[in-house]
Write a protein that binds this ligand. Structure first.
Ligand code: GDP
Ligand code: IMO
Ligand code: MG
Length: 429
């Protein structure tokens, strides 16, 4: 019997507020893929892969790069901080991982994060009445320039005369704003141009028209690596407490520039509980001893900024919405091991507002009262288990409930942070 997951092009997305363990799952799934593509976001993402005790955190490069004979690509929907990208390439090379123009391809249509984007991200956040808690990596301001049609694309960046023109144009607009609205020193064209021209020369060999390149390679198996999570999506998320890109599976083809690829599986990754970094509503958020427990056992500290992650119980109402928003047909549940030490585990099965159960998904999540169902914990280490049948009965009940509630099969269960601590839950087609 064949396994459908191995044969289909797959879009993998986070179903919560990011950090669901996407990096680890991509690293596992890419064994059956030829091409792994990031399609949105930037270095606000931090995707962790732990192998043999060594930790790799990917911010821009797809998590498949650790595997030989794979092509990794950064699509047109991504925003690239060139210094971060070059550091990532250098660090991987120092660790003995091959990163060359043969296995890393960057779209000429991706946009470049400039120093003024990073600075305005911080300054804007300081002034904001409703703070978002951004990663301060310049993501929002870079996407803003893209849509305003004054952004600098990779193609412009590697073409000196275009780069000079666009940089001048941007500084002419931005310097007075920086000075007057924020009392900041003006940016100097020459220093930025000189520094960034050198970075552009290093990036140039990796630039490749992905739309043309992969057109001839449609028989290859594609894995689309989502960043962030569904409720950070600019449209579907808890706006304005979101990121600035389209995170959901529908953007996989547009953001990678490969409209001719057929995606067979939309794979959603969810933690066995919920976390969030930054501000914004979080109905099942917990505090006190359970928060401390999850932060400690789950290592819930941001892979990009190191900030402690807010933690809460699994929210099935939220996940049911994410399943619809992404048209998810297969699930991965991660971090099952983290709940191992708890006697009781809660799961949100309904939302209430003003004492009444809600029948539809609410527009706002900030005044929601979750209704919980309680489960018994499994009280044991499950990280060495390799088969669903071998899981403690209570863990099986927990997972079966999730599947039944969401009406979507679980295809993989991750039970530890190491590369091999994940197994398939016998899904066949
Ligand atoms: P991503 O952004 O979705 O790729 O997730 P991050 O890498 O930011 O955060 C997930 C964290 O959980 C990382 O530290 C992973 O090493 C870790 N992790 C992933 N899966 C598991 C798991 O099943 N169990 C445990 N204990 N840790 C996991
Ligand atoms: P991965 O791919 C968790 C959050 C930030 C902030 C909001 C907006 O690792 O899952 P931004 O800098 O994007 O303008 O910040 O989005 N955020 C993430 N939270 N994981 C991420 O990525 C995130 N990327 C952005 O904390 O609340
Ligand atoms: Mg992360």
């Amino acid at each position: 019997m064949t396994n459908c997951l191995d044969e289909m092009n797959t879009a993998l997305v986070g179903l919560q507020w990011g950090d669901e363990g996407k990096g680890k799952v991509i690293d596992y799934l890419c064994r059956n893929s030829d091409v792994i593509i990031r399609f949105q976001g930037g270095n606000n993402a931090g995707h962790t892969v732990i192998t043999g005790g060594k930790k790799f955190i990917f911010h821009l490069i797809p998590s498949g790069i650790l595997h030989k004979n794979k092509i990794c690509a950064i699509g047109q929907g991504v925003v690239i901080d060139p210094e971060v990208l070059l550091d990532e390439i250098n660090n991987l090379q120092k660790s003995g991982v091959s990163v060359t123009p043969l296995n890393l391809k960057i779209s000429p249509y991706s946009h470049i994060i400039m120093p003024y984007h990073r600075i305005i991200d911080s300054l804007r956040e300081q002034k904001r009445i409703e703070k978002i808690g951004t990663t301060k990596r310049g993501i929002g301001p870079c996407y803003k320039d893209k849509v305003s049609r004054c952004g600098i694309r990779v193609a412009d960046f590697i073409t000196p005369e275009k780069f000079a023109l666009k940089l001048k144009d941007n500084l002419r607009e931005k310097n007075p704003i920086f000075k007057e609205a924020y009392g900041q020193e003006e940016f100097k064209f020459k220093s930025i141009y000189t520094k960034y021209k050198k970075l552009a020369e290093k990036i140039k060999p990796f630039v490749c028209d992905l739309t043309e390149y992969f057109y001839q390679k449609q028989k290859k198996r594609f894995l689309f690596e989502g960043a962030q999570g569904t409720f950070l999506d600019i449209d579907a998320g808890t706006y304005p407490f979101v990121t600035s890109s389209s995170v959901t599976a529908a953007n996989a083809l547009l953001g990678s520039g490969l409209p001719y690829i057929r995606i067979g599986k939309n794979l959603g990754v969810a933690k066995a509980y919920t976390t969030r970094v930054g501000e914004g509503p979080f109905p099942t958020e917990i505090n006190g001893k359970y928060l401390e427990f999850l932060q400690k056992e789950g290592g819930e500290f941001g892979a990009t900024t190191g900030r402690p992650r807010r933690c809460g119980w699994l929210d099935l109402v939220l996940l049911r919405r994410a399943v619809k928003v992404n048209n998810i047909n297969s699930l991965v549940i991660t971090k099952l091991d983290v709940l191992g030490g708890l006697k009781k585990i809660k799961v949100c099965t309904a939302y209430k507002a003003k004492g009444k159960k809600l029948k539809t998904f609410p527009y706002y999540l900030d005044k929601i009262c979750p209704e919980y169902k309680e489960f018994s914990g499994w009280g044991q280490d499950v990280s060495k288990i390799k088969k669903f049948a071998k899981l403690p009965k209570t863990a099986k009940i927990y997972l079966n409930f999730i599947e039944k509630y969401l009406k979507v099969p679980i295809s993989f269960i991750s039970v530890g942070k190491e590369r091999e601590e994940i197994f398939r839950k016998e899904v066949t087609c």
